[in-house]
Design a protein around this ligand. Structure first.
Ligand code: SF4
Length: 220
């Protein structure tokens, strides 16, 4: 049975109270947050960070530099990130589009109403709903709750959504449970919780702070 939003909210609150937020976007430009999120696709945090720093040092992370850059040069620099060969052309294409459509500056897009900004971001090459939501949440501070692979898994295990739920369903279910002012903290805390406790294989149910109310506790 699907849990009521109030029950999910209670579980999120427990998790938020246990995990320090890791606000990795501090000091970054909107374009850097966008590129960092592309680099993070199917990549752990350390690989993402290394790829980001290599790219920043090697070419600079701004639309002009990356639009001019050779795809192979980008790929070489972002090797610590997974799927670097497919991410390199994506990064160059995003840079070209941001330059052509917005003169290299995403600020005006991020000032648009949430849904319009989301549509514009998702129109950029290779930018899916999660990447758009991260930029909206971290940079524009819109009240969205981006769903990464950890949050997806947790939402299923908590029965916040059904088994075959897709991205938009998971996001909507969590946003209906978590009040706007808590969504960024919830995103950050749930990711840490998914990395440390509710891990993909062999979740640590015996030390989990929500095991008394989790419908999947001790079923693995
Ligand atoms: S009890 Fe187990 S399955 Fe449920 S949230 Fe905790 S770690 Fe995950």
């Amino acid at each position: 049975m699907i849990k009521a939003p109030g029950e999910v909210r209670d579980m999120v609150e427990v998790v938020v109270s246990e995990f320090e937020p890791h606000l990795w976007s501090e000091g970054m430009t909107p374009f850097e947050v966008l590129i960092s999120t592309v680099l993070s696709q199917k990549t752990e945090r350390r690989g993402t960070r290394r790829a980001f720093l290599h790219l920043k040092k090697g070419l600079g992370i701004n639309p002009t530099a990356l639009a001019r850059a050779d795809e192979d040069a980008i790929a070489e620099l972002i090797k610590p990130a997974g799927l670097y060969r497919s991410k390199a052309p994506k990064i160059k294409a995003i840079a070209l589009s941001v330059l052509e459509l917005y003169g290299g500056d995403l600020t005006a897009v991020l000032e648009l109403p949430e849904q319009e900004a989301r549509v514009r971001l998702m129109a950029l090459p290779g930018v899916g709903p999660k990447t758009a939501d991260v930029v909206l949440s971290f940079v524009a501070r819109k009240a969205v709750l981006p769903v990464d692979v950890h949050i997806f898994r947790i939402a299923e295990r908590w029965h916040a959504v059904g088994k075959e739920a897709r991205y938009e369903e998971v996001r909507a279910a969590l946003e209906s449970a978590v009040p706007p002012e808590m969504r960024l903290a919830a995103h950050l805390a749930l990711i840490e919780f998914g990395r440390e406790i509710c891990v993909a294989r062999k979740p640590k149910c015996s030390i989990c702070m929500v095991n008394a109310v989790c419908p999947s506790a001790f079923t693995f």
